[in-house]
Design a protein around this ligand. Structure first.
Ligand code: NAG
Length: 206
């Protein structure tokens, strides 16, 4: 489905009013104007912003877990919720395969994003997800810890799939994207390595 920018702006105003305030991080600085038409569902920027927006309330629930209620029974539904969000995002990124990279990189303002903007969005998603997993693992012990590690490895694998799709979609044009992402995720490198998320480890050279 194609939207003109005008109808998109109206639809976005109605349907994503809440989102736009959260995702107010429109790119600043060295942006390039382009004659390509922005289409919401063909923008990798839109998909990543939406993912970040949808992941945020779910990871907040991880941060409400305490030492006393850090059980497999309590954490499992949160894991399922996170997996559902990430799975939708993966499907949306898959749908971008074959789209002109100049269209993929457009923002709703019709400007082409820089490597720094995409790197920041991907890094934000990685930090949100792996930060939450790390927080909960820090509360867990014994058999709970072991079980949560295997549940969390599945979540990490989905994030790895998102990372690999982003890099294959736009990594050829956004030179240095993997390096830029690596440079932003220092705080979660140890949990990625501890969970042995091989896709992230190899793509980012951790
Ligand atoms: C765990 O306990 C905290 C503090 O009482 C609470 O806010 C949180 O919702 C609880 N989480 C679960 C999953 O039970």
């Amino acid at each position: 489905m194609m939207f003109s920018f005008k109808s998109l702006a109206v639809a976005a105003g109605i349907a994503f009013a809440a989102m736009s305030s959260v995702c107010a991080a429109t790119p600043t600085g060295d942006v390039t104007t382009t004659t390509q038409t922005y289409t919401q569902e063909k923008s990798i920027v839109y998909v990543l912003e939406k993912t970040k927006y949808e992941v945020t309330p779910v990871v907040e629930k991880f941060h409400y877990i305490t030492k006393d209620n850090c059980t497999v029974e309590n954490v499992t539904p949160l894991v399922e919720e996170l997996k559902a969000v990430l799975t939708v995002s993966i499907a949306e990124l898959h749908a971008l395969v074959g789209v002109d990279v100049n269209v993929l990189l457009l923002t709703s303002a019709g400007v082409k994003v820089t490597v720094a903007v995409v790197a920041q969005l991907v890094a934000d998603i990685l930090i949100l997800v792996f930060g939450a997993l790390s927080f909960v693992l820090g509360l867990a012990h014994g058999a709970v810890y072991t079980t949560l590690c295997s549940l969390f490895a599945v979540v990490g694998g989905l994030v790895g799939t998102i990372l690999s799709l982003v890099l294959s979609l736009v990594g050829g044009v956004l030179v240095g994207l993997a390096v830029a992402i690596h440079g932003l995720i220092g705080e979660v490198v140890s949990i990625i390595v501890a969970l042995d998320i091989s896709v992230c480890i190899s793509l980012l050279g951790l």
